[in-house]
Ligand binder design. Structure first.
Ligand code: UFG
Length: 335
């Protein structure tokens, strides 16, 4: 019996693959390499000393997918594959509806055909929209996303909820991630965005390694203690462990936040990173970024109560590990 990891060579997928293999589980990875590197597979093998099959394909390639389900005995799927750049999703919504929803439909069809009845889905705090007060709890109404990327996450959540209703014995766990940062402590795998990073940590890391001149801080006039945006940053290894905890507790439709429950501002993150890399980093206050919320963080209590999972690592750990990965791989996997 194996776990199928879609998007298993991407940032969160690769860290989850490591945790699964380390727990002694067999995995099969499918990834189209559209935003990941095949070298990540070698690194996962290097960290764990374990090997696994890797199939390079899009999920919409249903022939390959059906063959995969007949070649391997898949007990559960962890579904990471998808496009994730918020700004790009506003400019190119069709790509997002096609890649994210299209691929999830193909995957679910193949699962039902093969009789595979367990899926964990990579969802996002973005599904809480802009009207809920923090801390976000799973029983708050989802919706009101500000961009197509968020809409696709919400639609896939609904799709899985409907499949659970119509298929007795089908289990879907929706994991709503807050802001994953950090890297595996080995420095062998980490976040490797293509081009100029959209997200805060990869951007800071590239300033620290001298590839970008200066961090732009998007707004310092928010209703937060220092005026900069506040988010719930979570170490990617803690996040990965949330998936293995969820795998052991599947039962119908379940929804869990994966966050730390604590918010940090952009300037607090920058200071923590400066401490981790041992140097001051230049920054400049820029206008607010369209669509950004001022502050939000999770209530992670449900995952702790029901899954026995809780994030362990500090913001400083997250920055140290990001820095270790960035220093050792200044140009990412291909560099
Ligand atoms: N920020 C900057 N400068 C940058 C990049 C970001 O100041 O160069 C700020 C943002 O304004 C925000 C904070 O840093 O206050 C975090 O921004 P990120 O882009 O790192 O992350 P977001 O919170 O905007 O988005 C993340 C994920 C999305 C997901 C969303 C869910 O990237 O996939 O959380 O809540 F949809």
């Amino acid at each position: 019996m194996a776990i199928l990891v879609t998007g298993g060579l991407g940032y969160i997928g690769s860290h989850t693959a490591v945790e699964l293999l380390s727990e002694g589980r067999d995995i099969v990875v499918i990834d189209d390499l559209s935003n990941s590197s095949a070298l990540a597979a070698d690194r996962i093998r290097e960290i764990t000393g374990k090997s696994f099959p890797f199939i390079e394909a899009r999920l919409q390639d249903e022939e390959t997918l059906n063959k995969l389900f007949s070649d391997y005995d898949i007990e559960a799927v962890i579904h990471f594959a998808g496009s994730k750049a918020v700004g790009e999703s506003v400019k190119n919504p069709i790509k997002y509806y096609d890649n994210n929803i299209g691929s999830s439909l193909s995957l679910c069809r193949a699962m039902l055909k093969a009789g595979c009845k367990n899926i964990i889905f990579s969802s996002s705090a973005t599904v809480y929209g802009s009207n809920n007060p923090s801390p976000y709890r799973e029983d708050m109404p989802a919706g009101g996303c500000t961009n197509p990327y968020g809409e696709t996450k919400l639609i896939i959540e609904q799709l899985l909820g409907d499949i659970v209703k119509s298929n007795p014995g089908f289990n879907a766990t929706l994991l709503r991630y807050f802001n994953p940062i950090g890297a595996h402590p080995s420095g062998l795998i980490g976040e490797d965005p293509r081009g100029i990073p959209n997200n805060l940590l990869p951007y800071i890391a590239k300033v620290a390694v001298g590839q970008l001149p200066c961090l732009g801080v998007f707004g310092n006039d928010y209703q937060t203690p220092d005026g900069t945006g506040v988010r719930d940053y979570i170490h990617v290894v803690d996040l990965a462990k949330g998936h293995t905890a969820a795998l052991n507790n599947m039962d119908g439709l379940k929804i869990y936040n994966l966050g730390t429950g604590k918010g940090y501002s952009v300037l607090e993150v920058l200071k923590a990173f400066e401490k981790a890399c041992g140097k001051a980093l230049p920054y400049e206050i820029k206008p607010r970024r369209e669509g950004d919320l001022d502050a939000y963080w999770s209530d992670p209590g449900k995952a702790e109560r029901e899954l026995g999972w809780r994030a362990q690592k500090t913001l400083y750990d997250m920055c140290l590990d990001t820095w270790r990965w960035q220093k050792a791989n200044p140009k990412g996997y291909e560099g």
